[in-house]
Design a protein around this ligand. Structure first.
Ligand code: PEP
Ligand code: MG
Length: 325
């Protein structure tokens, strides 16, 4: 199978009827980045900036962060990289933060909530990303956005940092695209507001699923009980895709769901065109996409979503079998 995936490396992730899908890489460690060439991924759809924070006891300063982000951009060799600002807390423990995680860490003071309460933390990180870009385009997104007000607060911290860079005579990115993750259900009811503010949206299905089903993403006793390839979750994801289409905003999905053959199939069928995943998933997902007929799949899924059943995995597996996927 390895050789089979290897043979697909330079071929496009295109359906039989010509729909192009971008397959991107999720990166945390430098090792992940080295998989860009091996897999033929077209860029980094999610760079988790908290990883360098997690592996040390102190908070890296601007210089250390700049060096780290520069290495990422060099490693990507000109392919686009979407930097996600610090997503601390919940399942991502940062040794240097010794705050009380609270009774429900996933729902507590974490991620962007910490960043807007500690603007200097976010500003240092943004400063480092802007410096590392050194005039090249930058794609940046905020995690765990729950309300547009919170997005605005983070955006104004970015604006202050951009003014600082201008005053200091530093090079600005030739193009700065600012996005939001959608991984908290409340944001799905603010789609017009968030989409009129961002350049792109990225669905974090791991957290979105956790909050949607009220099921801890790390608790094995419940993770298998709720399937993302199911009527309720796909209906939500489709609403998001439809809104992005209406507003003309690029949409990526960067959770684990994108990396499974059936998950990716479902996503393509409801309108997702950019999927970001771990390196090992690129080959299998590309193989699947190249074997499907989008228009058949789209009809099949939209009928399933009307049928009001629960899990759809078996139905999609049957579709795959019937269509030699
Ligand atoms: C997600 O929540 O789906 C996501 C991509 O981010 P993380 O797994 O880092 O929380
Ligand atoms: Mg997340």
């Amino acid at each position: 199978t390895r050789a089979r995936y290897q043979a697909l490396r330079d071929l496009p992730a295109q359906t039989l009827d010509g729909v192009d899908i971008s397959l991107l890489l999720n990166v945390g460690l430098m090792f992940d980045l080295q998989q860009l060439d091996a897999t033929g991924a077209t860029g980094v759809g999610l760079y988790r900036t908290e990883i360098p924070f997690m592996v040390r006891r102190d908070i890296p300063d601007v210089k250390q962060q700049t060096d780290a982000y520069r290495r990422v951009l060099e490693g990507a060799g000109g392919r686009p990289v979407t930097f996600r600002t610090l997503d601390a807390g919940g399942d991502k423990h940062i040794q240097a933060f010794d705050h009380d995680p609270g009774d429900n860490p996933a729902l507590g003071w974490r991620s962007l909530r910490i960043s807007v309460d500690h603007p200097s933390l976010l500003r240092n990180q943004l400063r480092a990303i802007l410096r590392a870009a050194d005039g090249a385009p930058v794609d940046l997104m905020f995690p765990m956005v729950s309300t547009v007000g919170e997005f605005d607060a983070a955006r104004s911290i970015l604006d202050r940092e951009l003014e600082h860079a201008i005053r200091g005579g530093e090079k600005l990115p030739s193009n700065l695209r600012l996005g939001s993750m959608l991984e908290v259900p409340s944001l799905a009811w603010q789609l017009p507001e968030i989409l009129s503010r961002v350049d792109f949206l990225s669905v974090g299905s791991n957290d979105l699923q956790q909050f949607f089903f009220a099921a801890d993403r790390g608790d094995q006793r419940v993770t298998h009980r709720y399937d993302p390839v199911s009527v309720p979750f796909l209906r939500l994801l489709k609403q998001i895709a439809d809104a992005c289409e209406e507003y003309g905003k690029p949409l990526t999905l960067c959770g684990e769901m994108a990396g499974s053959r059936i998950g990716a199939m479902a996503l393509v069928g409801i309108g997702y065109r950019r999927l970001s995943m771990a390196a090992a998933s690129i080959g299998p997902v590309k193989e699947t996409i190249r074997a499907i007929n989008y228009s058949d799949l789209e009809t099949f899924i939209s009928n399933l979503l009307k049928s009001r059943e629960g899990r759809l995995v078996e139905h999609l597996k049957a579709f795959a079998r019937d269509h030699q996927v």
